[in-house]
Design a protein around this ligand. Structure first.
Ligand code: PGA
Length: 247
């Protein structure tokens, strides 16, 4: 039986003060049927990690370096994230792929680094609007997933979380319908099952893209949707908690 993960991706938003207030408010929320996680900007990880100590809420990073240590200006090592208390690290978010030219191969290396430090990667995959309209959704998500499977093996998928995030739904208010999302989630699970049935059954596959308090319930009731990666709606404690409570 897969549990539900509701993870907030705060992206590059907030200030020290607003982050503190958001964490306090989320901690006060009453969410019993889902694991919550928050992914603040890296500069606040240490602070938020301290605030979450002793709570049930997990900490995640928004990215992780593909190298262990050394001359990689601006990057953050998995071991450092671990020291801050990170349990999760997002890798391959579409904003990283599109705006910072992260390739499937680089994402796979970042994924490997997270795993080697005992951090669960949240591997983001998803098609653009053009790709969907040309009928290439399955080809694209397969390619993105295969880059990790080919370099890390199918057993690595058992240790990660997958987030299906159609690019056209991210930050646009244009959410995938529960049927559209379920179809891709099921496709992904079937694809994994052809390699390893147990891994396919166990891995959590989250949906991301304009999920909010009013559409979460229906999305999360789909059989292959095991949680959400929430952007905009995770910046308001009440909305984030409501999504957690809709599970
Ligand atoms: P959104 O972002 O919920 O604001 O669409 C989701 C994400 O980018 O992970």
């Amino acid at each position: 039986m897969r549990t539900t993960l509701i993870a907030g991706n705060w992206k590059m938003n907030g200030s020290l003060q607003s982050v503190i207030e958001l964490v306090e408010a989320i901690k006060a929320g009453d969410v019993n049927n889902a694991q919550l996680a928050v992914c603040p900007p890296a500069i606040y990880l240490m602070k938020v990690g301290g605030m979450l100590e002793g709570s049930r809420i997990a900490l995640g990073a928004q990215n992780v370096c593909d190298q262990e240590s050394g001359a990689f200006t601006g990057e953050i090592a998995a071991s450092m994230l671990k020291e801050c208390g990170c349990q999760y690290a997002i890798v391959g978010h579409s904003e990283r792929r599109a705006l910072y030219q992260e390739t499937d191969e680089l994402v796979a290396r970042r994924f490997a680094m997270a795993l080697s430090s005992g951090i669960t990667p949240i591997l983001c995959i998803g098609e653009s609007l053009d790709e969907r309209e040309s009928g290439d959704t399955e080809v694209v998500v397969s390619r993105q997933l295969d880059a990790v499977i080919e370099s890390q093996g199918i057993s690595a998928i058992a240790q990660c979380v997958i987030a299906y995030e159609p690019v056209w739904a991210i930050g646009t208010g244009k959410v995938a319908t529960p049927e559209q999302a379920q179809a891709v989630h099921q496709y992904l699970r079937d694809k994994l099952a052809s390699l390893d049935a147990l891994v396919a059954e166990q891995v959590q596959i989250l949906y991301g893209g304009s999920m909010n308090a009013s559409n979460a319930g229906e999305l999360l009731s789909q059989p292959d949707i095991d949680g959400g990666l929430i952007g905009g709606a995770s910046l308001k404690a009440a909305d984030f908690i409501a999504i957690g409570q809709s599970v």
